[in-house]
Design a protein around this ligand. Structure first.
Ligand code: MN
Length: 427
């Protein structure tokens, strides 16, 4: 793996930005995630690093020449690490930069956040074997997990134009649907989706790209990985059920997808790595998807939770209620390095800023499911909320919130922040 624990992860390191030192803060000085923001009068987004409840404007701090996040993401790992070290030293307590950089700080509460980079291409994977098995049972009761699953990281090409940032509000999609068990020769229905769902995912972002025709080997894969956001891949299950064969999801997935605004770097995640483990009875990965480093620490240890706030809860001033909680170690069958090696093995070229969705991250237990389709047993078992409301799928006015964080003894807790999105009535 390309990243290691260094002075920027020091447990004792504190910042002269006081809010960054508060317990439970997502953005302590050990995190330093990148994002794009604007004030009311900015013509285009600026790039910055979150520190406590502030943002360090990188251009005003003299750290970059332009506000092009994709250019920053294309830098070599060595350049990324030296920029991180420079920011860490400058924001640390006692730094001589404090006087100069105080004027480059802005309050997060006073800016608009944007999608963190220009996303050229978006691919969505299917890395949770628990999700694949549970959903497979609903679509194909006799044949839930297809025979390729444990050999090949399954994915499809998604659409980047409809990806928005946390706070996104979108209209319920309309489309063709066909009730299971209805006359196979009969006409489908048309109208607003009745089975609108979310998918709890991580968004892995590509760093430097590869030339077309030149695959990225697994040993180099993490040099091409910039960082991660939370990712909600909104999905219309009834549209999906009718359209997905034989070419996979299409209009059931591309109407909206939402990312959290802060790119937490692979450098920041260095203390939260884990072994890549497979049950002994499962096939081992083919050589191009296997390496000693990937086995030793190719996985990430990221806690995830999903919360729902209905319109009625919002009106009553009630906080969002948790629907599920899991961890990437328990959910993911493939590591990000394997996704990058697989994506490029045929010669496909990745570019800086490309988004690789993890796929729905469901853990093995029922309370760890990353979608309503799983939590409600395909809509057969409604979920009861504390205020007496019930849900099988999402209703108009529902706000869905996902949060992620890393916590481990001997390290400072870091957070991914949150991604929220709200369903509006169909057009
Ligand atoms: Mn998905």
């Amino acid at each position: 793996m390309t990243t290691s624990i260094d002075a920027t992860h020091d447990l004792k390191l504190r910042s002269w930005v006081a809010s960054a030192n508060e317990a439970g803060c997502d953005f302590p000085i050990q995190n330093l995630p990148f994002g794009r923001f604007s004030h009311g009068n900015d013509a285009s987004p600026r790039i910055g690093v979150a520190i406590g409840d502030r943002i360090l404007d990188l251009r005003r701090a003299g750290l970059v020449d332009s506000d092009d996040m994709n250019a920053l993401m294309a830098a070599t790992p060595e350049k990324r690490q030296s920029l991180r070290a420079l920011i860490s030293r400058g924001l640390a307590e006692g730094s001589s930069r404090q006087g100069e950089w105080e004027s480059a700080l802005v309050a997060q509460s006073q800016v608009t956040m944007h999608v963190p980079c220009r996303i050229g291409d978006y691919t969505d994977f299917y890395t949770s074997v628990h999700h694949a098995t549970t959903v497979g049972k609903q679509f194909r009761p006799d044949n839930p997990l297809l025979p390729n699953y444990k050999w090949v990281p399954i994915g499809y090409h998604g659409r980047a134009s409809s990806i928005g940032v946390s706070g996104q509000r979108f209209k319920r999609p309309q489309g063709q649907t066909k009730a299971p068990g209805s006359d196979p020769a009969g006409a489908p229905d048309f109208g607003p989706s009745k089975r609108l769902d979310y998918e709890l995912e991580l968004g892995w972002f590509a760093a430097q790209g590869n030339a077309q025709g030149e695959p990225i080997g697994i040993a180099d894969a993490e040099a091409h990985l910039f960082g991660v956001t939370l990712f909600n891949d909104w999905s219309a299950r009834d549209i999906q059920g009718w359209e997905y064969q034989p070419l996979g999801p299409f209009l059931s997935k591309n109407f909206a997808s939402t990312v959290s605004p802060w790119l937490v770097t692979t450098e920041a995640l260095a203390p939260f790595r884990a072994a890549f483990e497979r049950p002994v009875e499962d096939p081992q990965p083919l050589p191009y998807l296997d390496s000693q480093a990937n086995r030793a620490q190719g996985a990430f240890d990221i806690e995830l939770e999903v919360l729902l706030q209905t319109a009625k809860m919002r009106e009553a001033g009630e906080a969002p209620v948790r629907l599920s909680r899991t961890n990437t170690r328990r959910a993911a069958y493939w590591t990000p390095a394997q996704l990058i090696a697989h994506h490029t093995v045929n010669g496909c070229n990745l570019q800086p800023g490309d988004l690789l969705g993890s796929g729905t991250l469901s853990g093995p237990e029922a309370g760890e499911a990353g979608s309503l389709m799983e939590l409600s047993g395909g809509g057969k078992k409604p979920i009861s909320l504390p205020n007496g409301e019930q849900r099988t799928f999402l209703e108009d006015g529902d706000t869905l919130v996902m949060r992620g964080w890393c916590e481990r003894a001997g390290s400072v807790r870091i957070g991914l922040g949150e991604v929220s999105g709200t369903v509006l009535p169909a057009a």
